[in-house]
Design a protein around this ligand. Structure first.
Ligand code: GBH
Length: 441
């Protein structure tokens, strides 16, 4: 199944998950440093240091990407390296690291996709309220402007915020991610303030005149009702999981049914968002984008009481119900519900190794990727404007609350020696990329 000419193929990482060197060159502390240092937060007690030691090994990692023949690489910038306290003066050594990284990519002919925020908020901003307070959106826009200016000559794909849903629900409602808060009102505030931050950063991007394009990375979750009675609950779950983020960005309005209910991610009061939104916010949030980045891992079933139901077998990650056709359904739904949306790029898709130790035989990942790419090709054939795909992840890395106990890499990392070994999936993916086509079977 052939992909269109110019389709962008890559693999992705994020700063906190791979870099390590958390105190090097003036980097400030992030909320994930704080969180990982607390007993019981991370499954195996690991922290963000050394992770995959990418801060030291960036050059050989770029060689690895080139050896695999990947035309694009998605990484994130650690805000605390750029502004150690989250505001004010620039830490030039931090900027220099990403300048070297980007130049290293360009030298190798690799397209950079740069995420500005992949969850590592500077701790001092959290001390002032984090995403629960509006001022953090202003801080983010300032930081974004610094990066646009530093890399203004680079034809990059910029992504403002990675998965605002995960930060709001897992970070502020369930407390399983940093900052470890369980407060339904703060979760709602974190949704709005991240979307506002996104919109402000887009404005800063346009004002900067930087080359390239900009979008946001949303993790979307197709919701299937388990039976007819479950239809209304599934519609509400879709509001909480998907439309709460897509509608303000692409339609300039919040859905009215993304409320409490269900698993209780959000306040039960339908007016919760009205109190947060100020005049002009939705115009800022819905500023035109060059792309929408979709991160797809699987689906969920919902019963009539709004409970999540397992419809498909999960991977080693209990939240991941694997269903490749769900990607097709999702892309087609986006085409129908948001006909004026900009082109889509899949910026994450992947699966952990079935066991924690990790071997070179990752047939399951290879088959996962193949099945999902087949569905992506099918959606393109049916009219979806999908212009790129990034596998998650290039490297085994620090998998948030799971620490080093879930391996998501196409490339194995020995966390004792830091040796990199491409898995079967990496070799297979290289052939797909070279052919610009995925085998039918
Ligand atoms: C992505 O999130 C992240 O962007 C990436 O950094 C990460 O490494 C990758 O996926 C693999 O997980 O603890 O039961 O509340 C994917 C969406 C949302 C999935 C939060 C895990 C936590 C489930 N993630 N969710 S739970």
């Amino acid at each position: 199944m052939a992909f269109p000419a110019g389709f962008v193929w890559g693999a992705a990482t994020s700063a906190f998950q791979v870099e390590g060197s958390t105190t090097a060159d003036g980097r400030g502390q992030s909320i994930w440093d704080t969180f990982a240092a607390e007993r019981g937060r991370i499954a195996d007690g690991s922290t963000g240091d050394p992770a995959a030691d990418h801060y030291s090994r960036w050059e050989s990692d770029l060689d690895l990407i080139a050896d695999l023949g990947l035309p694009a690489y998605r990484f994130s910038v650690a805000w605390p390296r750029i502004q150690p306290t989250g505001s004010g003066a620039v830490n030039q050594r931090g900027v220099d690291f990403y300048r070297r990284l980007v130049d290293g990519l360009l030298t190798r002919g690799i397209h950079p996709a740069i995420t500005l925020y992949h969850w590592d908020l500077p701790q001092p901003l959290q001390d002032d309220g984090g995403w629960a307070v509006r001022a953090t959106a202003d801080r983010f826009a300032d930081y974004a402007a610094i990066m646009f200016d530093a890399l203004r000559d680079v034809d990059a794909t910029w992504l403002t915020i990675n998965e605002p849903k995960t930060t709001a629900y897992v970070g502020y409602r369930w407390g399983a991610h940093a900052p470890g808060i369980s407060d339904v009102d703060q979760a709602a505030a974190a949704v709005h303030h991240q979307l506002l931050a996104h919109g402000r950063a887009v404005s800063a991007f346009r004002a900067s005149g930087a080359a390239g394009g900009i979008g946001i990375a949303l993790n979307l979750l197709p919701v299937y009702p388990v039976d007819l009675e479950a239809d209304p609950a599934a519609v509400r779950a879709d509001a909480v999981e998907n439309r709460l983020f897509l509608d303000p960005i692409l339609l300039g309005r919040y859905p009215t049914d993304a409320i409490g209910t269900l698993a209780g991610q959000l306040p039960a009061d339908p007016g919760a968002f009205e109190d947060l939104v100020q005049d002009g916010d939705l115009e800022v949030i819905s500023a035109p984008l060059d792309l929408v980045a979709v991160q797809y891992y699987g689906v969920t079933g919902v019963d009539d009481a709004g409970n999540q139901v397992e419809l498909y077998p999960t991977s080693l990650a209990p939240w991941q119900q694997v269903h490749p056709e769900g990607l097709y359904d999702l892309l087609m739904d986006l085409l129908i519900d948001y006909p004026d949306a900009p082109p889509l790029v899949i910026t994450e898709n992947g699966i952990p190794d079935p066991t924690a130790d990790g071997t070179a035989d990752d047939t399951e990942r290879l088959e996962f990727l193949r099945a999902h790419l087949q569905q992506a090709a099918r959606a393109i054939g049916d009219g979806v404007r999908l212009t790129g795909y990034y596998a998650w992840s290039l490297l085994d890395n620090f998998e948030w609350a799971e620490g080093l106990s879930q391996r998501w890499g196409l490339v194995h990392v020995d966390f004792e020696t830091q040796e990199r070994t491409p898995k079967d999936s990496a070799r297979w993916y290289s052939t797909v990329v070279a052919a610009n086509a995925v085998p039918r079977s």
